[in-house]
Design a protein around this ligand. Structure first.
Ligand code: ZN
Length: 264
């Protein structure tokens, strides 16, 4: 069972954490949770990049679902399965259960403020925030040789722009993926920032709002896949100009662009 953040928020609202049951601490990083979390009231469930934030009174839990993990709301008495590694038992007899067959997920405790945790402190802004602008991109590109596609996929620059979204946003902005970001005029970087935002908003509108979506490296485009202009369409005609879309490997990732509509 997959649970959306909204579902988790509803399950934890007003609840206290009775205890954490760690059956197997060997996730991506060893799970070590202090006894002090017992009895603490849960705050509003949040998200930062692909991390789920579960605030408590003196700190909070930072949860990553890895490639295969999911969180479900179960009765705390439900017998655990083989891959149910952590239970966060609530005071209403239910538990948030972390299931992770491949154990690439993680659970960390962090005293407030949560964003000071080493997993979070170097992350760039959220793409839909006001902090993510063309001027911001220009500042981050200054003095570096980084290609524009690599720039917008760097989580230290901006979080949450996976390969599919980067391809689509660059097409929308009319920018070639390999061009050095610092060579682009500010107005084009402004167009690009807007294209990243509108691409993500369209993806979210198509159903990309579950926890699973920020668990995967590329995100899950869901129904959005039917609207893709370039990604997965290498060799097909550009929907805007009819030219044949080029399909290249770039930094190990599928990169598709229109040689006519996208310029350096
Ligand atoms: Zn074209």
């Amino acid at each position: 069972m997959e649970t959306t953040r909204r579902g988790l928020a509803a399950a934890t609202r007003g609840r206290r954490l009775v205890r954490a049951v760690v059956r197997d601490p060997r996730l991506r990083w060893p799970v070590r949770l202090p006894r002090a979390i017992r009895g603490q009231r849960l705050g509003a469930v949040g998200r930062r990049a692909k991390y789920l934030l579960l605030p408590l009174e003196s700190g909070g839990l930072i949860i990553h679902l890895g490639m295969s993990g999911h969180l479900s709301v179960v009765s705390a008495r439900a017998p655990p399965g083989k891959h149910d590694h952590v239970d966060l038992v609530l005071d209403d007899g239910r538990a948030l259960r972390l299931t992770d067959p491949r154990r690439f997920g993680s659970v960390h405790w962090q005293p407030h403020p949560l964003h000071a945790h080493w997993l979070l402190r170097d992350l760039g802004p959220e793409p839909l925030s006001e902090a993510f602008t063309g001027a911001y991109l220009a500042a981050r590109a200054r003095g570096r040789r980084v290609p524009v596609k690599a720039l917008i996929m760097d989580a230290k620059v901006v979080v949450g722009v996976g390969n599919i979204y980067a391809n689509e946003a660059l097409f929308l902005a009319g920018i070639r993926p390999r061009v050095a970001a610092r060579r682009l005029a500010k107005v084009r970087l402004e167009t690009l920032a807007g294209a990243v935002k509108s691409t993500l908003v369209r993806a979210i509108d198509s159903g990309g709002t579950t926890l699973r979506d920020f668990a995967g490296a590329d995100g899950r485009p869901g129904y959005f896949v039917h609207e893709l202009a370039v990604y997965g369409r290498g060799g097909a005609p550009c929907r805007r100009c009819g030219a044949t879309l080029r399909d290249v490997r770039f930094a190990g990732r599928a990169t598709v662009y229109c040689p006519v509509c996208q310029r350096g």
